[in-house]
Write a new protein. Structure first.
Length: 203
């Protein structure tokens, strides 16, 4: 920006601006899509200068082979990630980036609920029980048990022998088991409890 100000003050036939930042030149290359104020000011000055002078912006790799170049680049990247102290307003792209970063950090945190305790697929298949026992464990772990029905787009459950809706959570409570037993490696103990209480058909 300062180089363009200098060129505007002193009219010359040709203006050459040498930059060691290739990314800034690539950024200006997409000038119709620049939403940021500084970039718009630079483009405006180039447009003002271009009828009087030929403007050439060239990348010169000044720091190639110089010790400490990587540290300089790292500090420059960290500085560019910070908000400008002179500007209190945020552009739409900056607001979008902030909210996207927050959303990404939130969804990467695994849920704490016990139903999400399975850390890998195929846990039910690894049990040594019968095929029907494996199916019952898989249904109970996923929450899609046989007693689940949809009536007017609402979840409903068949009645348990104790006359309560046989939801997955209730089935576990009714047989005196725990979610930890549901997610244990074998799951055979849970199958035995389901058969003992006579509610295997609901699962």
């Amino acid at each position: 920006r300062e180089a363009l100000d200098f060129a505007l003050r002193f009219e010359t036939s040709d203006t050459y601006i040498l930059k060691d930042s290739k990314s800034s030149i690539q950024y200006l290359k997409n000038w119709p899509k620049i939403p940021e104020k500084t970039g718009q000011e630079i483009i405006s000055k180039i447009v003002t200068l271009s009828p009087k002078s030929r403007v050439c912006i060239q990348w010169i790799p000044f720091h190639v082979g110089v010790f400490g170049n990587e540290v300089t680049d790292l500090l420059a990247k960290e500085g560019s990630a910070l908000l400008s102290a002179a500007s209190g307003e945020l552009f739409a792209s900056e607001i979008f980036s902030i909210h996207r970063a927050k959303a990404n950090s939130i969804w990467k945190v695994p849920p704490a609920h016990e139903w999400y305790a399975g850390n890998r697929p195929g846990l039910s298949v690894q049990s040594e029980g019968t095929r029907s026992a494996q199916t019952a464990l898989a249904r109970l772990r996923s929450g899609h048990i046989k007693s689940l029905k949809f009536v007017d787009k609402e979840k409903t459950y068949s009645s348990c022998p104790c006359s309560c809706p046989a939801s997955p959570a209730h089935v576990i409570d009714c047989i005196g088991a725990s979610a930890r037993l549901l997610w244990s490696e074998g799951g055979n103990g849970l199958v035995i409890l389901l058969e003992r209480h006579g509610i295997m058909d609901l699962v």
